[in-house]
Design a protein around this ligand. Structure first.
Ligand SMILES: O=P(O)(O)OP(=O)(O)OP(=O)(O)OC[C@H]1O[C@@H](n2cnc3c(O)ncnc32)[C@H](O)[C@@H]1O
Ligand SMILES: [Mg+2]
Length: 202
């Protein structure tokens, strides 16, 4: 069984591989090295649908995508859908993390949540999407080297530091896991995704 994911983010692919341990996960760049989609929508769902449909159309196969980000209450939900480019186009994770800590200097309310929207595009069908969230808070400084993106700055409500736990542990609690569980519960759609040749031989 193979699943194609329309993402260029290696951290997301690692998360998906851990969660889907019994399925072969293929990043779209393995099949289409130049694949890029401009994220022109202002919602996670809108951008997730854009990425999944564009990849599905290009391959003629069912594809999932992931649009995600960090929403900080004291910043009115920023960086939100702009999480990847918070410190500017082409910003690194370090640049984004530095900007976030600076924005929260002396801010007491540090509550935040990760949001992940997974879209499933199947040729000839309406695209569906599934949302997962993980609530927690932003630390005063980074902790740990694990994960990717904003993980080193995030502590869950239950006290786990995402930068200090393993990918397997993150895979049990994350926003990505929660969205994937919803997709799995959409049994007929999930079945079509799984029982399709993921195009790895192309
Ligand atoms: O669009 P694709 O190709 O999937 O890759 P991307 O990195 O651009 O992904 P997004 O557009 O969805 O932007 C999401 C950003 O939010 C952050 N992010 C998402 N999920 C995260 C997670 O589980 N842990 C830490 N940061 C995360 C991370 O910085 C991402 O770059
Ligand atoms: Mg992106």
């Amino acid at each position: 069984m193979k699943i194609v994911i329309a993402t260029g983010n290696k951290g997301k692919i690692r998360d998906f591989k851990t969660i889907f341990s019994d399925v072969e996960v293929i990043g779209i760049k393995e099949l289409l090295p130049d694949f890029e989609v401009e994220e022109t929508e202002d919602t996670f769902e809108g951008n997730a649908v854009l990425k999944a449909e564009s990849a599905s159309k290009a391959l003629g196969l069912p594809v999932i995508s992931d649009d995600s980000g960090l929403c900080v209450d004291a910043l009115d939900g920023a960086p939100g859908v702009y999480s990847a480019r918070y410190a500017g186009l082409g910003a690194s994770d370090e640049d984004n993390n530095r900007k976030l800590l600076a924005a929260l200097t002396d801010v007491e309310n540090r509550s935040a949540r990760f949001v992940c929207v997974i879209a499933l595009a199947i040729p000839g069908r309406d695209t569906r999407s599934y949302v997962g969230q993980l609530h927690g808070e932003i630390l005063e400084s980074s902790a740990g080297e694990g994960g990717f993106g904003y993980d080193p700055l995030f502590k869950t409500l239950q006290g786990e530091h995402l930068g200090m736990i393993s990918t397997e542990q993150k895979g049990e609690i994350s926003h990505r896991r929660k969205a994937l569980e919803k997709l799995k519960h959409d049994a007929s759609a999930f079945e079509i995704l799984l029982n399709h040749d993921g195009g790895a031989d192309k």
